[in-house]
Design a binder for this molecule. Structure first.
Ligand code: ATP
Ligand code: MG
Length: 423
């Protein structure tokens, strides 16, 4: 019979890669919690309307990337393409705005976008998301960006990523910039790709985001948002930069970085790893003052970011799989098997990982198995040992073997584990 394969654009994460994922997740939790963020867990699907309102009707995500379907009651629901809209929905629904501000939250998990699968781009992918809600101070922007950098530093990746920052203005100054940009792009329609031409009228800022090489000369000569910022936005951006400077953070100002979601205002930022090629953005975020009100909540400002975990994983070396067992317990016969099943349970209760063989194969092939699984010790019990209440402890690397009382095996394995931990 023909085997069933996974859906296109989704992937399984197998061991030992899973060890890398646990490391990324542990580092994210540690870095975020040290900065006062607490975890929130959100549903994987929401009413479609939430994303249409929260991300923007004219974004690529809402126009063509969402997994939307009608459930059995006929309601339109969507697998979440990003986490901010859900998190803010929860913030509003549970009245979190009464808490001391900023309300600092993080979450991690899968996102779903119907995109063209390629290296570093999947239809189910994973993000770590951070949001700080209810504070407009520009120092918060710098602090959030600084925390994102800490995540990369803690993984040893600080030198391999570049921070890009920009301000994209707000409701005061962006409309005039948008008009000027629209005028410029309309004059240069013939030098833009088909997709950009279709985008110009509806969302001219998105043209600046186009990755098509043919569009780059036109994009590079386009008016810069930084020349169009109103006094309040310009001052906010100055203060963000001053705080980044105080933290000793180096960054590049990239005036054409507008980001994919419509809700951003003022500060936007992205972390880029050049070595990843076409899909080189490993994290991105920005400020979204006004979005909470647009979702029916209080007029609270906010800022956040999302880290693309698959792309971070591509940058990381394999890490040792901590789940590898310390010992294989090998019985030679049924009586020994029963003794070793109980022994395995008490060793595991001490927090040590061990495997038990069932005694159905020859000793030689069990030792081969221990070697292939890189298990450092074997505990062998045959009829002779069992009668004496003893076991053979074998060091797999040397092939050396010594006898000890069965009762002493748990203590001896603990001692060996401790010695290995110390190196
Ligand atoms: P891109 O420009 O690569 O499409 P984006 O602007 O759509 O990214 P965001 O919505 O800001 O991305 O998501 C934040 C991060 O999530 C990105 O920087 C990226 O690392 C990751 N990401 C986004 N889409 C995908 C995907 N389809 N597969 C894997 N990772 C993704
Ligand atoms: Mg995208």
């Amino acid at each position: 019979m023909k085997a069933i394969q996974a859906v296109r654009g989704v992937r399984d994460i197998l061991p030992p890669e899973t060890a890398k994922w646990r490391r990324m997740e542990a580092v994210a939790r540690e870095v975020f919690e040290l900065a006062g963020y607490r975890e929130i867990r959100l549903p994987l699907f929401e009413r479609t309307e939430l994303f249409a309102r929260g991300i923007g009707e004219t974004t690529d995500i809402v126009e063509k990337e969402m997994y939307t379907f009608h459930d059995r009651s006929g309601e339109s629901v969507t697998l979440r393409p990003e986490a901010t809209a859900s998190l803010l929905r929860a913030y509003i629904e549970h009245g979190l705005h009464v808490q001391p501000k900023p309300v600092r939250l993080y979450t991690m998990g899968p996102m779903f976008r119907y995109e063209r699968p390629q290296a570093g781009r999947y239809r189910q992918f994973h993000q770590a998301n951070v949001e700080a809600v209810g504070e407009v101070h520009p120092a918060l922007d710098a602090e959030v960006i600084g925390m994102l950098l800490e995540f990369f530093r803690a993984l040893g990746l600080a030198d391999r990523v570049t921070l890009h920052v920009n301000s994209i203005g707000d409701g005061q100054c962006r409309p005039a910039f948008r008009r000027g940009l629209l005028e410029y792009l309309t004059q240069h329609l013939s030098s833009l790709c088909e997709e950009c031409r279709a985008r110009v009228e509806r969302n001219p800022l998105r043209v600046l985001d186009c990755k098509n090489p043919g569009c780059q000369p036109t994009i590079e000569r386009a008016p810069s948002i930084l020349d169009a910022l109103c006094a309040a936005c310009a001052s906010h951006f100055d203060q963000v930069q001053a705080a980044l400077g105080a933290l000793g953070i180096s960054y590049r100002i990239t005036p054409r970085m507008v980001r994919g979601l419509d809700y951003y205002v003022r500060t936007t930022f992205e972390m880029v790893a050049g070595e990843l090629g076409a899909q080189n953005a490993v994290a991105g975020g920005g400020r979204y003052d006004g979005l909470i009100a647009a979702l029916g909540g209080p007029p609270d400002p906010g800022i956040g970011f999302a880290i693309g975990m698959e792309r971070v994983s591509l940058l990381l070396q394999d890490v040792a799989d901590p789940a590898a067992p310390l010992a294989l317990l090998i019985p030679l016969g049924d009586a020994a098997l029963h003794r070793l099943l109980a022994l395995a349970r008490s060793v595991r209760r001490q927090g040590l990982a061990v495997d038990v063989a069932y005694g159905a194969r020859r000793l030689r092939s069990e030792l081969d198995r221990a070697n292939r699984l890189a298990i450092p010790y074997a505990v062998i019990v045959g009829d002779l040992e069992l009668a004496k209440g003893h076991a053979q402890l074998r060091e797999m690397a040397e092939g050396s073997q010594r006898e000890l009382p069965l009762d002493e095996v748990p203590g001896e394995l603990s001692r060996l584990a401790e010695r290995r931990r110390r190196g």
